[in-house]
Write a protein of this length. Structure first.
Length: 257
């Protein structure tokens, strides 16, 4: 048997195994850990204090934004959902609003919502500007505190903050510091405000935060996510290897004489 045939078979089985493991880890890597995984003393209500910061402007991607700080803000929370402004399904931020500073929305919970473990029985999802929380029955819904959940429109033009922000995933304990702010883009006519209380709901209830700091305090499912990442690259490598070997392996002739 030609050596190329051996490698072709090896790459084929390696590809199938990688895809199988990648598929399995994909469905478990974002599982939210139990409450015992977190330091509950750190997951208290956000801190909001007066600020003396004045309005400032930013230049990003040829657009000018005016940011108006309202309050200083600090939040420790557990990520339960997110939405990226550059997601292919998002026709709003980049295309219509020319908004290139709201990089990501993070939906987070804290306090009793983490301590009670009620989130384990719930599902969370994000669209272009909303976080949705749903529960299977009234008893679960009664345990969940809507004023201990927030959807955060997160603004930054700092590369280091952006890198940390974009690495946050469901289940991670994150800490952010910045200012609650409204902002606008005069050229596109876009403007967005911010909530300054935790008890509001509906349109306008999201917190808009210009970030000064962003940290992942504790990463969830680290081993599963590492395995998922490895198998993605392994599947790509094995797939390319199989195609190359398939192309150069001599044509098989199974006819018997």
């Amino acid at each position: 048997m030609p050596l190329s045939s051996v490698f072709e078979s090896l790459f084929k089985w390696l590809f199938m195994l990688s895809v199988l493991v990648m598929g399995a880890t994909y469905f478990y890597k974002d599982t939210l850990p139990d409450p015992s995984y977190y330091d509950l003393d750190q997951l208290e209500e956000p801190m909001q204090t007066p600020t003396s910061d004045q309005a400032f402007t930013l230049q990003v991607n040829g657009q000018e934004y005016t940011v108006n700080p309202k309050f200083s803000y600090e939040l420790d929370g557990v990520v339960v959902g997110y939405h990226d402004a550059d997601d292919f399904s998002d026709i709003w931020h980049h295309k219509r609003w020319k908004d290139f500073i709201n990089l990501r929305d993070l939906c987070v919970i804290w306090g009793e919502n983490v301590e009670s473990g009620v989130y384990k029985s719930m599902t969370f999802s994000n669209d272009s500007w909303t976080c949705w929380a749903s529960w299977p029955d009234a008893s679960v819904g009664a345990l969940f505190k809507m004023n201990a959940l927030s959807n955060n429109h997160l603004l930054t033009d700092d590369d280091a903050v952006k890198t940390a922000l974009m690495s946050a995933e469901p289940g991670d304990h994150i800490r952010l510091k910045g200012v609650l702010a409204s902002y606008s883009n005069k050229a596109s006519g876009f403007q967005r405000g911010t909530s300054v209380i935790r008890d509001d709901t509906g349109n306008g209830a999201c917190e808009t935060i210009y970030l000064a700091e962003f940290k992942i305090i504790k990463k969830a499912n680290r081993k599963l996510r590492r395995l998922y990442g490895m198998t993605k690259w392994l599947a790509l490598f094995a797939g390319i290897g199989f195609l190359i070997m398939f192309a150069i392996t001599p044509v098989r002739n199974n006819r018997r004489y």
